[in-house]
Design a protein around this ligand. Structure first.
Ligand code: IPE
Ligand code: IPE
Ligand code: MG
Ligand code: MG
Length: 330
């Protein structure tokens, strides 16, 4: 039997750098303030997938050998710090109570602490970016941070819009998620000293991978297994956030059938039962299959970009990462 590579296997070529990310993160986030210290220890006790630092280190790995340490390592950790700031803030906005299988910062300490600690993480990340003294990297970070925020605001504005179309949804996820994944690998590539065309190819790869990543995440919100996913299932639709599986389902419905589905968004009824009904409809209507095919089309776009780079262990890993993203359960 041919076993699929795990994320750890895939990250083999950057293993040494990735192993140092956690220590670097804690060093960057050092504080004498006992409350922020406690929240930081808590939040980072359960590592995520480290996708953003991994992409940054992969970007750097295409350049000179030692680019994977030093500045690129600090920037990789700063991207993770920024990502975690967005998660802590996002969990306030989405009123989510579970993240990485643990109560969210918002649930444990309340929104005031969550806002402030999220800001602290963001500002520390910013300090690292300015410390690179690399204008391209600083500019890229600033541009991306505002784009992510813009995506979150757009999503908020479209809440409970049952007529949301696929184009607007794709624009939202490009901003809130894909822009950051693209920036991580692009910054790594810049720090690795790659020529412009290769930096661009990697950035395009990151963006397409990011689109696939978020579409799959939105499918997992309906179809995932709660413990593995580490977040509350059905959270998007319960919060009025329409994602691709639902947008596709609704686009094929009219009249009474559509009203029945829209009624599921209301406060009445048992959430678990409503989720089961939606899951069945999303599967039987082909909306799930459609969404996963869309994710696959983005990974194929990303795969094409990789052809612009020489064959290497890192390139092979980035190819494998595309399959991991679509097949993941967490
Ligand atoms: C969660 O990102 C936010 C989304 C863009 C869907 P990840 O799934 O990468 O989160 P962690 O860092 O692994 O927990
Ligand atoms: C992910 O938002 C993007 C950001 C945090 C900026 P989501 O709300 O879709 O992600 P999860 O499901 O909470 O991880
Ligand atoms: Mg959100
Ligand atoms: Mg959320």
């Amino acid at each position: 039997m041919h076993l699929k590579p795990s994320l750890v296997d895939i990250c083999g070529p950057i293993e040494d750098g990735l192993d140092k990310v956690q220590d670097t993160l804690f060093e960057i986030l050092t504080t004498e303030n006992p409350l922020s210290g406690e929240v930081i220890q808590y939040f980072f006790s359960n590592k995520g997938k480290y996708l953003r630092p991994a992409l940054c280190l992969f970007g750097a790995s295409f350049g000179s050998a030692h680019a994977v340490t030093g500045t690129a390592l600090r920037v990789a950790a700063a991207f993770e710090a920024f990502h975690c700031a967005t998660l802590i803030h996002d969990d306030i906005v989405d009123q989510s109570y579970l993240r990485r299988n643990m109560p969210t910062v918002n649930a444990k300490w309340g929104p005031q602490v969550a806002v402030l600690v999220g800001d602290y993480l963001h500002d520390r990340a910013l300090q690292v970016f300015f410390g690179t003294k690399n204008d391209l990297v600083i500019d890229l970070f600033l541009k991306t941070a505002s784009e992510v925020c813009d995506g979150e605001i757009l999503e908020f504005r479209e809440k409970n819009n049952y007529g949301l179309n696929e184009g607007i949804y794709l624009n939202i996820i490009q901003k809130k998620t894909a822009s950051l994944l693209a920036a991580c690998i692009e910054a790594g590539a810049v720090l690795g000293g790659l020529p412009t065309e290769k930096v661009q190819a990697l950035s395009n790869y990151g963006k397409a991978l990011g689109m696939a990543f978020q579409v799959v995440d939105d499918c997992l919100d309906f179809m995932g297994e709660a413990h593995e996913f580490g977040k509350t299932l059905g959270a998007d639709y319960m919060g009025g956030v329409l994602t691709l599986p639902l947008i596709r389902l609704l686009s094929g419905l009219t009249g009474k059938k559509r009203q029945e589905v829209e009624a599921l968004f209301g406060p009445d009824g048992n959430p678990a039962e409503k989720l089961t009904i939606l899951k069945t409809m999303i599967t039987e209507s082909g909306a799930l299959e459609y969404s996963l095919a869309k994710a696959r089309s983005y990974t194929e776009e990303a795969r094409t970009e990789l052809l612009k780079l020489e064959v290497s262990d890192s390139r092979k890993s980035l190819e494998q990462l595309l399959d991991f993203i679509v097949e993941r359960s967490r």
